[in-house]
Design a protein. Sequence first.
Length: 273
Amino acid sequence: EVDLSLQALESRQEEILKRLYELKSAVDGLSKMIQTPDADFDVTNIIQTDEFSPLTTNGADLDLMLGKDYGALKDVVINANPSLPPLSLLVIHSLLCERYKILSAVHTHSSVKSVPENLLKCFGEQTKKQPRHEYQLGFTLIWKDVPKPQMKFSIQTMCPIEGEGNIARFLFSLFGQKHNAVTSTLIDSWVDTAIFQLKEGSSKERGAVLRSMNAALGKSSWLVGNELTVADVVAWCALRQTGTANTAPANVQKWMKSCENLAPFSSVMKLLK
């Protein structure tokens, strides 16, 4: 019995030593990677060589991006809670209206008792009443008692896309901008940071994000690269909605004014008054 106990103990010690050796090897590998000058590389040059297509061009083809559906109008339907309106989606809607013929509509679900007048008219008036088939995209916003914004696109059986950031990414993709992997990752990172730390985070988290934004905007006019991206839209809306815009550092203040010089942002500013 003693021999068996000793054998078991020795076996266990060997297993522990083996794991310690593997852990040491992993730590050594990480140490070498961190000490390598190229490990913490500067992505600025990669971003600058990326191809940004201005939002004002007409190169994007909705049929190509979304699939041709026998000529039928493609419909985007968004459910959102009026107590916390997804401002970024309203900005992107205005940007889309500059590019495509959009059939816009706002409705109120029975789960909501009352909606402020400015939210009922957040898309303005439909200037021209045309036959449905002459529009390129249907954009319907339903004010509904939901925990977070939800979006469905044309297909009845599709699982809804949830969350303001995810919906904003989808809608912004309709402009047809193409980015390399590094740029796309940075844009995604800023969108998540804006939603989870600026909009929903603590004051300490917001302060840290503002410092990061200020540093990034010291190198570029926009958060990522030289053109407006969905990151700018979502971050601007988060700052305005949380009331932290007035305390933002200098580069962030300058960037916010650049955003507000664009008509889609100024129209949302009116909703905030």
